[in-house]
Ligand binder design. Structure first.
Ligand code: BGC
Length: 346
């Protein structure tokens, strides 16, 4: 059963909805603005449901916000240096919404679009058609994002097709706090990333092309580590971003298989999260730029380091770095990627 409620209106007066699915074990609320996850309630060790993602109470806050809370990010997630991409030997100038660079699809990325919604078995399918030239991207892109809730697992399936060669690199930008949002910061929560390497950034958070081993660095999350352990380290990568904000190279990526990229847990709540994907990279972002601004659910402040993201993705700034997998979707090909958030108890 899906409960459909009003979620307010966009600035231009279009109605927005909140879709809630509850299967007796977990509950997810989704909205068609940004095809975003608004809340995700899973049981803690005492069987109490805890909402483990940041979100807001109405559509306008998503439209006016700049934190991508729970949103679908596209056409290209994360940063592109100077907003320039290359396709078939031709360069294209995209919109530059973060200084000279593009971040998360431009000024009005997929996170700000009003998607069509359709109820499917155990879920909702959102559809958006991005016209040729939107934010500078060539060709039309038809995108479907399906959320499916089974038990305490939320699967997100991405499908896209284009009428010409283009870029497609979608992600979900959920911010997690496994103690439940509003219950302090995430510094005591543990994260494990199945990656032996990470991509290094310049001071503008743009990958330089260098891929380094995590060995003997604070970027080593091969065994579970508390986020607070190295977050204030003077390691250059961490200083640049005021915390963790890099892309890790997922071990055993083969382009097809859906594999475990990361795990996280809180000893306090007992809630565990496993992140699976068939994408090549994962961004650990420790909420360094959350600043107390923006009103969260029930009027709560969204405080610094009050949640973390584990964004499955193509490596950022791939067009400037030929050694990275290229997020190119050819005309007629089907973009077919999956991100899974699987919850449990320690
Ligand atoms: C990026 C951060 C950025 C945040 C925006 C993350 O995906 O890695 O650098 O500040 O999104 O909210």
């Amino acid at each position: 059963m899906v409960k459909i409620e009003s979620f307010g209106k966009t600035k231009s007066g279009k109605k927005v909805f909140l879709y809630t699915l509850n299967n007796g074990k977990a509950e997810v609320s989704l909205t068609n603005i940004g095809a975003a996850v608004v809340s995700l309630k899973v049981p803690d060790k005492n069987s109490c449901l805890k909402d483990v993602v940041l979100g807001c109470d109405c559509a306008l806050r998503y439209e006016n916000g700049d934190k991508y809370l729970g949103a679908t990010v596209g056409r290209c997630s994360n940063r592109i240096k100077n907003g320039i991409i290359f396709l078939n030997g031709k360069s294209f100038q995209l919109s530059q919404n973060e200084g000279d660079n593009q971040l998360h699809g431009g000024f009005e990325g997929f996170n700000k679009k009003l998607w069509d919604a359709e109820i499917i078995e155990n879920g909702i399918k959102f559809t958006y058609i991005s016209p040729d030239g939107e934010e500078g991207y060539p060709s039309m892109l038809k995108t479907e994002v399906s959320y499916i809730l089974t038990g305490t697992t939320l699967e997100i399936h991405y499908k896209a097709i284009s009428d010409g060669d283009t870029v497609c690199a979608l992600t979900n930008h959920s911010y997690f706090n496994l103690d439940g949002v509003g219950n302090g910061d995430i510094l005591s929560q543990y994260v494990q990333i199945f990656a032996e390497q990470f991509t290094t950034n310049d001071e503008h958070s743009l990958p330089t092309g260098e891929i380094l081993s995590v060995k003997d660095t604070p970027m080593d999350f091969l065994t579970p580590k508390q986020l607070g352990a190295d977050i204030n380290s003077d390691y250059e990568q961490i200083k640049f971003a005021k915390g963790f904000d890099n892309n890790w190279v997922i071990k055993n990526y083969d382009g097809k298989s859906i594999i475990t990229a990361a795990k996280a847990f809180s000893k306090h709540s007992g809630i565990t999260l496993e992140v699976l994907t068939n994408l090549p990279g994962i961004q650990l972002y420790s909420g360094n730029f959350l600043d107390g601004a923006g009103i969260g659910k029930k009027g709560a402040e969204i405080k610094n380091r009050s949640a973390f993201c584990l964004e499955c993705q193509y490596f950022p700034n791939a067009f400037a770095n030929e050694n990275f997998p290229q997020p190119v979707l050819k005309a007629g090909e089907v973009y077919d990627k999956t991100i899974i958030y699987k919850f449990g108890i320690i």
